[in-house]
Design a protein around this ligand. Structure first.
Ligand code: DGT
Ligand code: CA
Ligand code: CA
Length: 597
């Protein structure tokens, strides 16, 4: 990118800001500000002047010293002076400068008077009422600084969907109890089930005079009330998550829910459609002139726009509007469609509960089968199984199955994929399993080509059935491995094996977009909890959200198949034509309504 005059001016302004925070000579500071203005108002490009060999000190307000700095900036994008100032001034001070109302003078005053250097310190000082006592600041400015600092802190941090959903559930339950409240719902990215959530958006309908806003602001989890009025309030919870609550009239509930669910891109596309039809869409309704023609429900708005109802998870402007117009929207998979779980651990490796407890817990969640997939020996920390221990577990599961009703345990393993693509256990024991889930747990940083080849080679093993958490990413902790995911997906189709959507809150791997790629290639996805305890079986809920965001239907989900159909698929993948069935339970036909919500 060539350096333009505005870049040069920005560097000069930053130098001036930092000098001012330091309390430097005002004439020096003004010289930089003037230079910034002169350069940005200049007709021609300073970079071009330099390349033509012209002298810069002919420019107004630019002496030899500044001319030298411009030359430096054009060459490198920055200059020595700025870099050394950045080392002298605490870095967090620069963050404070980005807060509206806080120029260098005020930042310097807060630093001097209160020792404030960072955003959290700024927020705390504002909360404690210390800012309004500093000369030049008043209560009004203190409030403005507080809001800006809180929202900047909240903005920077996104919360994992699992955390946000838990918090939202508790708040929604609380609001439902408030007198005069009708509807109580979540909107925003949470409702769309995005893998991370910036802030929570809640919506209620309430009778006039309902104390809903007071109750919300007074909730025990609230750390800071940013604003509170009769129809809207914003708070920051003690864990740092911001929550916006709005109250609307029942007649606009649907259009408000639609608006605050977003995404912004989806909203914009809808509004454009409305305009093209001579209508106006906003959070109060869909309007023809002064008449509200829809708005009480979301469906009424979509209908009036000539669209089928669009599920929240699809509202990302990724083709859903065209599909809704042509009545080609997919019927998305639901939690209740899942018949089993193909990846869980017990105490035998690093899980917390017993085989029997896991089986009971899965059955009580309406599942009909559960694959036990412990770690393999390479993962010593997780007490991974060697061939002998796995053989014993296989026998144990066979025995247990004979006595289990309503659920079948499948024999599996989460076998490590070694660095060269071989599997961590010998074929003789893998052959005895119902399925083999392969996973990378080490060597995440191989170059793209090698990492991809490693996965493809593992998938080519004749016992391989499902690739666990294909990219290895951990939200906020570890980036995805550098792999050619398209190649992996295509290879899975050719090989006839499957990919996992691991629903651990930090994993959600495959991502929504990767699910959609798998769907487009015709590769079935196993939505798996990877539960290490009975409670973790509930992680499925967030995973279903990602699958739905990836446009998956039940027929594209491996574990939405009944057991018999699943067994046939697994057998085909493992190169087994048909097998004798030992346990009668396994062969028994399942009633169609066997799975509950
Ligand atoms: P987040 O909070 O970053 O995870 O993402 P959202 O989608 O929850 O975004 P948020 O909280 O800023 O706003 C909630 C919804 O409100 C958003 O999904 C759509 C709607 N919205 C916000 N700003 C605008 C806007 O400028 N135009 C339109 N059309 N809609 C907006
Ligand atoms: Ca939000
Ligand atoms: Ca919001």
């Amino acid at each position: 990118m060539p350096v333009v005059n505005a870049d040069v001016a920005a560097v000069f302004n930053q130098i001036a800001d930092l000098l001012e925070v330091q309390g430097a000579n005002p004439f020096r500071i003004r010289a930089y500000r003037n230079a910034a203005r002169n350069v940005s108002e200049l007709g021609g490009s300073v970079a071009e002047m330099l390349s033509r060999g012209e002298d810069l000190d002919v420019l107004p307000g630019i002496g030899a010293d500044l001319a030298g700095k411009i030359t430096e900036i054009v060459a490198s994008g920055t200059c020595q002076q700025l870099e050394s100032l950045r080392k002298e001034v605490p870095p967090a001070i620069t963050e404070l400068l980005a807060i509206p109302r806080l120029g260098p003078k005020r930042v310097r005053a807060l630093h001097h008077e209160l020792g404030v250097q960072t955003l959290p310190e700024l927020l705390k000082a504002a909360r404690d009422g210390r800012i309004s006592r500093v000369p030049g600041f008043g209560p009004k400015m203190e409030q403005q600084i507080l809001e800006a600092a809180a929202s900047r802190l909240a903005q920077e941090r996104r919360f994992k969907l699992g955390v946000a959903a838990q918090v939202a559930d508790a708040l929604l339950a609380e609001l439902t109890q408030v007198l005069g409240v009708g509807q109580v719902v979540a909107a925003g990215s949470l409702r769309r089930m995005r893998e991370t959530v910036g802030d929570l958006d809640l919506l209620v309908t309430a009778r006039r005079g309902s104390p809903v806003m007071e109750r919300f602001a007074g909730s025990p989890d609230v750390g800071q009330v940013l604003s509170k009025g009769p129809t809207r309030a914003s708070v920051v919870l003690r864990n740092g998550l911001q929550v916006d609550l709005r109250s609307v009239q029942p007649a606009s509930f649907g259009s408000a829910w639609l608006y605050f669910t977003g995404s912004k891109a989806h909203n914009i596309a809808l509004r454009r459609m409305a305009q093209d039809a001579g209508l106006k869409l906003n959070e109060y309704g869909l309007w023809r002139g002064g008449e509200r023609i829809a708005g009480e429900t979301e469906a009424s708005v979509y209908r009036a726009l000539g669209l089928a109802y669009i599920e929240p998870e699809l509202r990302e402007d990724r083709g859903e509007i065209e599909a809704a117009r042509g009545h080609r929207l997919p019927k998305l998979v639901r939690l209740a469609d899942l018949r089993g779980d193909l990846h869980v651990h017990t105490r035998e490796s690093d899980g917390r509960d017993s085989l029997t407890a896991m089986a009971e817990a899965a059955r009580s969640r309406g599942l009909r089968y559960l694959a036990i997939t412990e770690h393999s020996k390479r993962l010593a920390l997780a007490r991974g199984l060697d061939a002998g221990r796995l053989a014993r577990q296989i026998d144990q599961i066979d025995e247990l199955n004979a006595g289990l009703h309503g659920i079948t345990l499948l024999k599996g393993i989460e076998v490590d994929i070694l660095e060269d693509g071989r599997l961590d256990l010998p074929d003789v024991v893998l052959e005895r399993l119902d399925l083999v889930v392969g996973a990378v747990h080490e060597e995440f940083e191989l170059p793209r080509e090698r990492q991809t080849d490693r996965l493809l080679r593992a998938m080519d093993h004749r016992c391989f059935t499902i690739l666990a958490h294909p990219t290895g990413r951990l939200i906020d902790e570890r980036p995805a491995c550098d792999i050619d995911l398209e190649r992996v997906i295509r290879h899975a189709r050719q090989r006839g094996c499957y990919l996992e959507l691991n629903t651990q809150p930090a994993r959600l791997d495959l991502t929504d977009l990767a699910c959609r790629m798998a769907r487009d290639e015709g590769v079935l996805v196993s939505i798996a909890s990877d539960a290490h305890s009975t409670l973790e079986l509930d992680h499925m809920r967030m995973g279903i959200g990602q699958a739905r965001r990836g446009w998956l239907r039940a027929q594209e989900v491996l574990n939405a198949r009944p057991l018999t159909a699943l067994r046939a698929l697994l057998d085909a993948t493992m190169g087994r034509a048909a097998r004798p069935r030992r346990a009668a339970v396994a062969a028994a036909p399942e009633p169609a309504d066997a799975h509950a919500e």
